[in-house]
Design a protein around this ligand. Structure first.
Ligand code: AMP
Length: 529
């Protein structure tokens, strides 16, 4: 029997193929039959290109029903789907193309010029465009124009459970992104566990406001609805007003904590808006206890917080039917083994490491059918991140309470999560250090009411340099994605260092946390994940 993830979804599609699978904000309907036929056409197009087995199809497009169909078509045709954040600019895309060597790249029509230069130089064989206007309209891009000439039937390619299905790039502390390789079996097992654990029901309607290039929107939210044969209402992006308008027609909503903060800030959001809702899920970053409590008070609903990462999909979740504890990410999901290992100062995974008692803080390590196959073309890095007995070192630090609920207390590697996006200080520091007049820099996350953490840069200038905060931000906006650009820049005489010469980021965090209240949201609004 095939382990192709698409075949699993297709086996759960409703019998009535004229039922709605996706409804878009502008009122377009895509039936389950439309999804089958459109994904067949694109799968046929890919098959006609004579791509090598395991070819990567890299995709950087705005959210649309067609973008989801493209994901399904890639699975169907047996290739590897590689979604990229729409905020990435030329230097970042050049890195991903160079590293992943995709055979096909699908981009937005407005990016065609600069993407084509990078892709063709790197030897990408096929470049298509897809815009967000959807429904195969004229000018919706070359992908659909070409696919229209292919048949609307396709026999889904047979796959083994450990064949690659998706590569999700995560940033690395060295500043280099790593491609987390997820197999058909990894993704299918997690989707099936979540379907049971969150009690997906036949008449559920998912309000989908997350982006499709990240694990949360693609593998947790969209896969959940696909596996359950449930309708999705697709919003191009999160906007509190539109979410409030659509909530009464929905039963499930998934978001990053920033979404919940923004909903609570909206006067339209109340019990009546949520009258038909069954479940609100939060993840990708810590949900503040205040948000959890205020949400329950305002709506009568208790947000269900879960924890996972690109490398592992979902690991723990608060229960559906039992107590959901604020400030915790719940219990290990069925089939997932989560253990905490006392830190020995070196990642806490050596033979002398010991397991933590309840209440003790330790490094989170995990094992299960959901855990990825390794980092793309990084066998040594992959080996480093697994223990001798096969546990993956998440890099997160946490503690269990006496009833087994896990609380995440920090990140061992100084990762910043801003608006649900991961930002790795090292990458930003190396961009800042290139700026004329900069001697050195340190980038930290400062608590921020809206973004969770605000990317904050502390810079030591060269003597006589005339650099201003505005100069730094303007320069950075031209070279990196907006969500990585520091929201605050401070100038300091020197950086605090320990005896080993390492910058003491904890000292900087404490010092600059007092400025948190001054933080202002970046132009461009919410950057969800
Ligand atoms: P990503 O691979 O982008 O999904 O990021 C994964 C990281 O996000 C994890 O390693 C955690 O550090 C963090 N994360 C995900 N969910 C939560 C949560 N509910 N609470 C705290 N941190 C979380």
């Amino acid at each position: 029997m095939t382990a192709n993830l698409y075949a699993l979804f297709a086996s759960r599609f409703p019998a009535d193929k004229t039922a709605c699978c996706i409804e878009t904000q502008d009122g377009q309907y895509y039936t389950w039959g439309d999804i089958e036929r459109a994904s067949a056409r694109i799968a046929n197009l890919f098959s006609s290109l004579d791509l090598p087995s395991g070819a990567r199809i890299a995709v950087q497009v705005e959210k649309s029903a067609e973008a989801l169909i493209l994901y399904l078509a890639t699975l169907r045709a047996g290739f590897v789907y590689l979604p990229l954040n729409t905020a990435y600019r030329a230097a970042e895309i050049a890195y991903f193309i160079g590293d992943a060597e995709p055979a096909v790249f699908v981009c937005s029509p407005q990016n065609f010029g600069w993407v084509a230069q990078i892709a063709f130089k790197a030897g990408t064989r096929h470049l298509f465009t897809l815009d967000e206007s959807g429904n195969g309209r004229r000018n919706s891009g070359s992908l659909l124009a070409r696919a229209m000439h292919h048949p609307d039937q396709f026999e889904t390619v047979e796959k083994q459970a450990d064949d690659l299905a998706v590569i999700l790039y995560t940033s690395g502390t060295t500043g280099r992104s790593k491609g987390a390789m997820l197999s058909h079996g990894n993704i299918a097992s997690n989707a099936q566990v979540l379907q049971q654990y969150w009690h997906w029901q036949a008449d559920d309607v998912l309000l989908h406001a997350l982006p499709l290039f990240h694990i949360h929107g693609l593998l947790v939210a969209a896969n959940g609805a696909l596996l359950n044969g449930s309708k999705m209402i697709f919003l191009p992006k999160f906007e509190a007003k539109e979410v409030c308008r659509q909530l009464p027609r929905s039963t499930i909503f998934m978001g990053v904590p920033t979404y919940y903060v923004r909903l609570l800030a909206s006067s339209e959001f109340d019990r009546n808006t949520c009258r038909n809702m069954r479940l609100f899920v939060s993840g990708s970053a810590p949900l503040l206890a205040d948000t959890f409590a205020e949400f329950a008070e305002r709506t009568g609903h208790t947000i269900l917080e879960r924890y996972g990462m690109s490398e592992t999909a979902m690991l723990t979740s608060n229960p559906y039917a039992r107590e959901r504890r604020g400030g915790t990410v719940g219990l290990p999901l069925p089939g997932v083994s989560v253990r905490l290992i006392k830190s020995d100062g070196d990642g806490g995974d050596t033979a002398c490491s010991t397991a933590c008692e309840a209440g003790e803080i330790g490094n989170i390590q995990v094992k299960g059918p959901n855990v990825f196959q390794g980092y793309w073309r990084m066998p040594e890095k992959t080996a480093e991140e697994f223990t001798a007995d096969g546990y993956f070192k998440t890099g997160d630090v946490g503690k269990f309470d006496s009833e087994g609920y896990l609380a995440i207390v920090g990140r061992s590697k100084d990762l910043i999560i801003s608006g649900g996006y991961n930002v790795y200080p090292k990458e930003i520091e190396s961009v800042i250090d290139e700026i004329d007049g900069v001697l050195e820099s340190a980038v930290i996350g400062i608590p921020h009411v809206d973004f969770g953490e605000a990317v904050t840069a502390v810079i030591v200038k060269r003597p006589e340099a005339k650099l201003t905060t505005a100069d730094v931000i303007a320069l950075m906006k031209t070279s990196i994605a907006n969500f990585k650009v520091p929201k605050q820049v401070f100038f300091a005489e020197e950086l605090p260092r320990n005896t080993m010469g390492k910058v003491q980021k904890n000292v900087l965090r404490e010092h600059y946390a007092t400025y948190a209240a001054l933080a202002t949201p970046a132009a461009g609004g919410v950057t969800p994940s």
